[in-house]
Write a protein that binds this ligand. Structure first.
Ligand code: AKB
Length: 322
C-alpha cells in the first residue's frame, strides 16, 4: 500500500523557490516533517533554524537515500536544478544535475514506494517553431538550450514513471519567478528580480535583455500556491502529469521599468543584451494554462502592478530604504 504525504524532502531548498517553498511546507505540514537539503550553499539562518537541514548531492544517489531512510521520506519536492544561463556555461554539469539527479529521485521513489514526487519543469522546454503567443499545452518541444533539453527529458521521464510503474509524479512549467526573499541564480529571467534591487539601491539598472523581450513571469506567492496546489490535487482527476503550463503575467523589461518608475520616478534603465538574449528569444511571450485551470483549479492572484508594488514595499524594508 502506498504511503501518505507525511515526511517531505525538499531538494534545492537553498535556492530561490526552494527556500520559500520549504518555509510554506513547514507551516502547513509541521516543521519537523519537512526535511530541507542543499548541495553546497549554506542555508540562511531562517531556513536552518526552522527545521531539519542536510547537505546532499542529488547526482550521488547514496547521499539522497541516506536521508530518505533516516526520515522515512514519502514525498519529494525536487527543486534542485541548474538553470538556463548557467547551463549554457556548463552544459555537462547541467545534464548531470538535472538528469542524473531527477532519475535518482524517481528511482528512490520506486524503491521506497513514495506517495508523491513533484518535479518542476520550465518554459525552457520550448524553442523555435513554437507559437509564441498563448503557447498551447500540446505543441512542439525543441529547446535550443541544455537546460531546456534536460527539462523536456525530465517531463518525459516523469510521465514514463507514471505510466510504466504507477508512481505518482507531477510537474509544472515555471515561467520566470520574481521574489524578494532569495536571489535567483543562473537564469535568463533573473533580470526581473535584479532590476528591483538595483532600482532601490542605485536608481538605475543595466538590463541584459532587449527592452522589447516579452516573457511569461510569476510572483513567488503564486508560484508556491501553484506548486502545492498541484501536489495536493486528486491524482484521478489529472489527465496530464509532469508538464502543466502555468501562467500569471507577461511583460517586457521596458514595461517592468515603466511600472517601477511609478514608485521610483528617478529610476532609469539601459539595455546591453548579452548571450542570454538568444535564450530569451527562443522562449514564448505568453502561455495557455487552461489544462492546469481545468484539472486542478489553477488561478493566479498577482499581476504586474500588484507584484511591483509588493516587491518594492518588501525590498525597501529589507534594504532599510524609504
Ligand atoms: C531560467 O531563466 O532559466 C528560469 C526558468 C524560466 O526556468 N528562471
Amino acid at each position: 500500500m502506498k504511503k501518505e504525504m507525511k515526511k517531505i524532502l525538499v531538494t534545492g531548498s537553498v535556492g530561490q523557490i526552494g527556500s520559500e517553498l520549504t518555509m510554506e511546507l513547514r507551516q502547513r505540514y509541521g516543521a519537523e516533517n519537512v526535511i530541507a537539503t542543499g548541495r553546497k550553499t549554506q542555508p540562511s539562518e531562517k531556513l536552518r533554524n526552522s527545521g531539519p537541514f542536510h547537505f546532499i548531492d542529488v547526482t550521488k544517489i547514496e547521499t539522497v537515500e541516506e536521508i530518505v531512510r533516516k526520515y522515512d521520506i514519502d514525498t519529494v519536492y525536487h527543486m534542485a536544478a541548474i538553470l538556463s544561463a548557467k547551463g549554457e556555461q556548463n552544459p555537462q554539469l547541467c545534464w548531470k544535475v538535472n538528469i542524473d539527479g531527477t532519475i535518482n529521485i524517481l528511482e528512490l521513489g520506486l524503491r521506497y514506494e513514495m506517495a508523491r514526487i513533484i518535479i518542476p519543469s520550465s518554459i525552457a522546454v520550448w524553442g523555435p517553431g513554437v507559437p509564441l503567443d498563448n503557447t498551447p499545452q500540446e505543441t512542439v518541444l525543441k529547446p535550443t538550450t541544455m537546460y531546456g533539453v534536460t527539462k523536456v527529458a525530465g517531463e518525459l521521464l516523469g510521465d514514463y514513471y507514471v505510466r510504466r510503474f504507477g508512481l505518482d509524479v507531477r510537474g509544472l512549467r515555471y515561467p520566470g519567478i520574481i521574489s524578494h526573499e532569495t536571489l535567483p541564480g543562473g537564469g535568463t529571467t533573473d533580470y526581473a528580480v535584479e532590476i528591483f534591487y538595483e532600482a532601490i539601491d542605485k536608481r538605475r539598472y543595466k538590463c541584459f535583455l532587449r527592452e522589447d523581450t516579452m516573457l511569461p513571469m510569476m510572483y513567488m506567492p503564486d508560484c508556491i500556491e501553484a506548486t502545492i496546489r498541484l501536489a495536493e490535487a486528486d491524482f484521478s482527476k489529472l489527465k496530464h502529469h509532469c508538464d502543466f503550463n502555468v501562467a500569471a503575467m507577461s511583460f517586457t523589461p521596458a514595461q517592468l521599468a515603466a511600472e517601477i518608475k511609478k514608485h521610483i520616478p528617478e529610476f532609469e534603465i539601459t539595455y546591453e543584451p548579452d548571450f542570454r538574449q538568444e535564450i530569451a528569444d527562443s522562449w514564448p511571450n505568453s502561455i495557455d494554462d487552461s489544462a492546469a485551470r481545468e484539472e486542478w483549479g489553477w488561478q493566479p492572484k498577482w499581476d504586474l502592478a500588484s507584484m511591483t508594488e509588493d516587491m518594492i514595499k518588501h525590498l525597501k524594508a529589507k534594504r532599510g530604504r524609504s
